[in-house]
Design a protein around this ligand. Structure first.
Ligand SMILES: *Cc1c(COP(=O)(O)O)cnc(C)c1O
Length: 382
């Protein structure tokens, strides 16, 4: 499938019709185990659901095709995918460099889980090459990049980071959840591995939790797959099927998310109620040029800094109607959140804390005039 366009791969990779019935959609293999033709006589290699399931395999083929990877593994959540990747690759004494605004749950995984296993972390401003170089030690194994970042939409030049990191003998992992592979394919920019919370844009309909690791080559597959098999944080067949279904419309959804977010960013940039508009699609954004070069669109996430401060930000987050107050992102419906108390509550008081006047929007694919009218009525209620 690799010669086909992204939208074609999203629809067809791993999705051949059922060979017995011709069902155009491969069935959901809702089974915990597979009958053997004599002891060890596995059909198509399937034995037991924790080790492999045909519905999950379909999704994994689709995920690898989206990112241009050699293989992918599908997990029960984004964080369980990260956990398996890290346990597969790291050992006690290893060191990891993180961006200073990575997803709060990722930071928590390092600070509260891996720290007790003897893995040290340093957080840096990832867009500052000198800071990155200074943080890398002989024990540094992984440099963890998120771009655009959450919730301040900072942009990191993936190719530039990969060059520095590879020269030091470490590897680059990119959490590509915010951009989705429809807009950015980190493996083609030099990243070694990609992780996703498929809960977000890939699933796209706020109805399923999931995660993925996508491999650029074969170096790490066996050890991460072993963690998946040994621990079992796999995606359930129905969840894998829902994710596959969501992915088929990813290209058109993300195009509309980006168009709506751009319109809202431009509207917000002209409103005195907002001191800062964090959106890489605005020419004034410090990462605009890099984003324009490494992404094929600017995405559906944007954050707004309220001029009147924290109280106004909290009130605004509670005053919109179409923008529903909830954690998560990437679904067809618009969401609003107050990161300091919601998605980023776990990093309050740390170096990763989010400014207290910031609200985050996950711009959905509703009619954009309705969305802007909703934000206007929210401002009027402040
Ligand atoms: C949501 C999210 C995660 C965690 O994924 P879950 O599916 O919630 O476990 C990781 N990274 C980013 C950028 C996210 O937005």
């Amino acid at each position: 499938m690799s010669e086909h366009a992204f939208a074609t791969r999203a629809i067809h990779a791993g999705q051949a019709p059922d060979p017995t019935t011709g069902s155009i959609i491969p069935p959901i293999y809702q089974a915990s185990t597979h009958v053997q033709d004599g002891i060890g006589g596995f059909r198509d290699g399937y034995e037991y659901n924790r080790a492999g399931n045909p519905t999950r395999s379909s999704l994994e083929t689709q995920l690898a095709a989206l990112e241009g990877g050699s293989a992918a593994l599908s997990f029960a959540s984004g964080l369980s995918a990260e956990d398996a990747l890290l346990r597969g690759i790291l050992k006690p004494g290893d060191h990891v460099v993180l961006g200073n605004d990575v997803y709060g749950g990722t930071y928590r995984l390092f600070a509260r889980v891996f720290a007790s296993w003897g893995v040290e972390t340093t957080t840096v401003e990832m867009s500052d090459a000198d800071q990155l170089r200074a943080a890398i030690r002989p024990e540094t194994r992984i440099v963890w990049v998120e771009t655009p970042s959450n919730p301040l939409l900072k942009i990191v030049d993936i190719a530039a980071v990969a060059e520095i990191v590879h020269a030091a003998g470490a590897i680059v992992v990119v959490d590509n959840t915010f951009a989705s592979p429809a807009l950015q394919q980190p493996l083609s920019l030099g990243a070694d591995l990609v992780v996703h919370s498929t809960t977000k844009y890939l699933g796209g309909h706020s109805d399923v939790l999931g995660g993925a690791v996508v491999f650029g080559d074969d170096r790490f597959i066996e050890q991460v797959k072993f963690q998946q098999f040994a621990v079992g944080a796999v995606s359930a067949p129905f969840d894998a099927w829902l994710t596959t279904r969501g992915i088929k419309t990813l290209a058109v959804r993300v195009r509309q998310h980006s168009e709506n977010a751009q319109a809202i960013a431009e509207w917000a940039a002209g409103r005195p109620e907002f001191a800062t508009v964090y959106y890489p699609g605005l020419a004034s954004h410090p990462g605009h040029d890099i984003a324009a070069a490494q992404m094929s669109g600017f995405g559906g996430m944007l954050s707004l800094g309220l001029s009147a401060g924290a109280g106004a930000a909290r009130a605004f987050a509670e005053s919109t109607e179409l923008f529903q107050l909830a954690e998560s992102l990437g679904g067809v419906e618009s969401l609003i959140g107050y990161p300091p108390d919601m998605t980023h509550a776990s990093v309050r008081g740390t170096a990763l804390a989010v400014p207290e006047n910031v609200v985050r929007l996950s711009v959905g694919i509703e009619g954009v005039d309705d969305l802007i009218a909703d934000l206007e009525q929210g401002l009027a209620r402040l």
